[in-house]
Design a protein around this ligand. Structure first.
Ligand SMILES: N[C@@H](CCC(=O)N[C@@H](CS)C(=O)NCC(=O)O)C(=O)O
Length: 263
């Protein structure tokens, strides 16, 4: 049995859930309360020394890092394949996965964390907040969270994050004008990995990012209509949660517009 340590709004956990659904694998979720930093408890660090979700456990072996988990699932369960392209297409698939891991994911964190995670931390005392942040394992993440905790959407990370999103969407628009999916004509792990980062835009009602990228909007629409996406992502977003997130996103929109150079 596969167990996935996950959080409903974590984009890197969502990508693994999409791959599990595409491959029609059964698995059991173990929800980790990121707002209360359950991910930093010793029992979880024993599974994932980086203290982040997702972690997949199969045959008592923990597998960490979402892109590595996706490739693990592809290697272990190739029957429904999400890596069927030529060597060049596989290289293209891995380019996108690397771009997501190194650039888009931290950017998504800079946009989502202040709106979704920060409010719970702000309810704690200043000492409790610092004690929790001090436990964050990796220094770049720790310092980013400290800045986002202190400055919210006014942190410099947010300006960079909006720019990274805009550049990524531009690159995708050029690619998707030539081919149906990110790595060619086959739906692949790259599409599964990228889609959750557009859930973030959608949930906050920030369609403004799609203004000059109709092909990307069409691509995301096609993915979000897939059964895998409905099961792995949409099912976790109740009507009430969607309403709350849209409201949060609307309040933040003036800052996002400003960072996009639109006002
Ligand atoms: N490179 C990691 C990133 C994992 C990651 O950043 N997970 C976030 C949720 S999307 C997390 O667990 N954050 C906890 C925290 O920041 O304290 C992966 O792809 O698995």
């Amino acid at each position: 049995m596969i167990t996935l340590y996950t959080h409903p709004m974590s984009p890197c956990a969502q990508k693994v859930r999409i791959v599990l659904a595409e491959k029609q694998l059964s698995w059991q979720p173990r929800l980790i309360n990121l707002q209360q930093k359950e991910n930093l408890e010793p029992w979880y660090l024993a599974l994932n020394p980086l203290g982040v979700v997702p972690t997949l456990v199969e045959d008592e072996t923990p597998i960490i890092e979402s892109s590595i988990i996706c490739e693990y699932l592809e290697d272990r369960y190739p029957e429904i394949s999400l890596r069927q392209g030529s060597a060049a297409e596989t290289a293209q698939m891995r380019f996108w996965m690397k771009h997501i891991d190194t650039k888009l994911h931290p950017s998504c964190g800079a946009l989502q964390w202040p709106l979704v995670m920060r409010p719970a931390l702000l309810e704690k005392t200043a000492e409790e907040q610092q004690a929790l942040i001090n436990q964050v394992v990796e220094k770049p993440r720790r310092e980013r969270q400290r800045r986002l905790l202190e400055q919210g959407l006014l942190a410099p990370d947010v300006v960079d994050a909006v720019k990274t999103y805009a550049t990524t969407i531009d690159m995708m628009e050029q690619t998707l004008k030539r081919q149906e999916w990110l790595a060619g004509d086959q739906f692949s792990l790259a599409d599964c990995a990228m889609a959750p980062y557009f859930q973030t835009i959608k949930q906050f009602g920030w369609e403004i990012f799609f203004a000059s990228a109709p092909t990307v909007a069409k691509w995301f629409n096609a993915i979000s209509n897939r059964k895998s996406y409905q099961l792995a992502v949409s099912a976790d977003f109740s009507d009430q949660l969607c309403t709350e997130l849209l409201q949060t996103g609307e309040e933040a929109l003036p800052i996002i517009r400003q960072h996009l150079g639109l006002s």
